[in-house]
Design a protein around this ligand. Structure first.
Ligand code: FE2
Length: 392
């Protein structure tokens, strides 16, 4: 009889556990046909990746106007959990208070602005105490303690609560508006994207491992490999290429977001039911606009937030989610091997390629970047981006 621990590895995503929309899409994947590639003609000028104006437009009209993914729910699963994130410009502090609600604040004491929590790994704190003068805040952001308060004439504590940012937890992701006092539109995330993420169980998954990558490349070059299968058989020839077919997947717009579903090399439409692990036959890859990438594997899900720092610098916050913490040697071995493998593939293959491309574009090696039919999701994504930046 299997133990509960052993059963956990077998707690796998099946087609039956997915959303109706995901199931319908999987059933529409055609059998693989070799050499069938749609020809397209699409390109982007180098200034799209290297231009100051483009970067400024993206910051103003996308990253400062729409909700951005700040962290995963799995990093703050319990009341009392706190996490500081510095990858977007404003330093943001996330808390999950006793009421279970995640809130976002500027990570700055309202006395003199000192950071309350060090950036890095999630921590636990019943309250937030500034290391400088020990001003103390509740996890709801209220100023609850000021040492020697009698020394501040007329101090009104209510006026010195933490500066709060708009924040919602949707589909296992904590989304934050980076502009204070301006409620961004969360509705695009709350539709089918949230339904899909919930069906994949992202909100209840476990953060097995987390790695920060600081890359010398434009954020769009870091994103591109997650929108196309063209490179998989080439760049990943010595790693994951044998798992994948050299064909275009199916993709759908979910508002501004893109869902890609592709059949793996052994995919066959009649082999996707009966309690089989669906992610052995197909891969789900999402681009949650603007900068969250989600890629499924049979026993884990890769979640990546790509935060632009400058035209030529991007921070990637990678988290591997599993359906539970490993609690037996078999699960530990599987997850550890998977984690090492995926960090190697993304870190040493995809991210390195983005850095190499950025260097080549700076040298002006060609007039523009061109895309083929196996990359058609990239122009689609850029048309969505253009609509937001006003370039469309
Ligand atoms: Fe790749």
């Amino acid at each position: 009889m299997p133990t509960a621990a052993a059963a956990r590895i077998q707690d796998v995503p099946t087609i039956e556990s997915l959303s109706a929309d995901q199931i319908a899409t999987i059933k529409a994947i055609p059998p693989h046909v070799d050499d069938e590639v749609r020809a397209i003609s699409d390109s982007r000028p180098l200034s799209f990746f290297l231009g100051e104006d483009q970067f400024a437009l993206e910051q103003e009209r996308v990253f400062r106007r729409l909700p951005v993914p700040m962290a995963l729910s799995a990093l703050l699963p319990n009341p009392g959990d706190v996490l500081a994130v510095d990858s977007y410009g404003p330093d943001v502090l996330l808390t999950r208070a006793k009421d279970g609600v995640v809130r976002a604040f500027l990570n700055a004491c309202t006395h003199k602005g000192a950071s309350l929590v060090e950036t890095g790994e999630p921590g636990r704190a019943p309250r937030l105490v500034c290391p400088y003068h020990a001003w103390t805040f509740s996890l709801e952001g209220q100023l609850i303690g000021v040492p020697r308060q009698e020394g501040f004439a007329g101090l009104c504590r209510e006026e010195r609560n933490l500066a709060e940012l708009p924040c919602r937890e949707i589909g296992g992701v904590i989304w934050v508006g980076l502009t204070r006092d301006s409620e961004p539109d969360f509705s695009d995330i709350e539709g089918q994207l949230m339904i899909d993420f919930e069906a994949l169980r992202i909100p209840e998954m476990h953060a097995y491992g987390r790695r920060r990558f600081e890359l010398k490349a434009n954020w769009k070059l870091v994103l591109e490999p997650f929108l196309e299968p063209y490179h998989v058989k080439r760049l990943h020839a010595n790693s994951v290429a044998p798992l994948f077919a050299d064909v275009a997947g199916l993709s759908h717009r979910l508002g501004r977001n893109i869902r890609q579903i592709s059949g793996k090399v052994q995919f066959s439409p009649d082999k996707v039911g009966g309690g089989e692990n669906i992610h052995k036959s197909i891969t789900h890859a999402y681009t949650a606009f603007p900068n969250l990438v989600v890629v499924t594997s049979p026993y884990y899900i890769s979640m990546m937030i790509l935060a632009p720092q400058a035209i030529d610098r991007t921070i990637v916050d990678y988290v591997m989610l599993t359906r539970g913490a490993p609690d037996n040697p078999k699960a530990e071995e599987l997850f550890a091997k998977s984690y090492a493998m995926i960090l190697d593939v993304f870190g040493n293959e995809d991210f390195k390629a983005a850095e190499k491309c950025h260097r080549g574009l700076v040298q002006g090696a060609m007039p523009d970047v061109i895309y083929c039919g196996l990359e058609e999701m990239i122009p689609l994504y850029y048309s969505i981006l253009d609509a937001e930046t006003g370039a469309a």
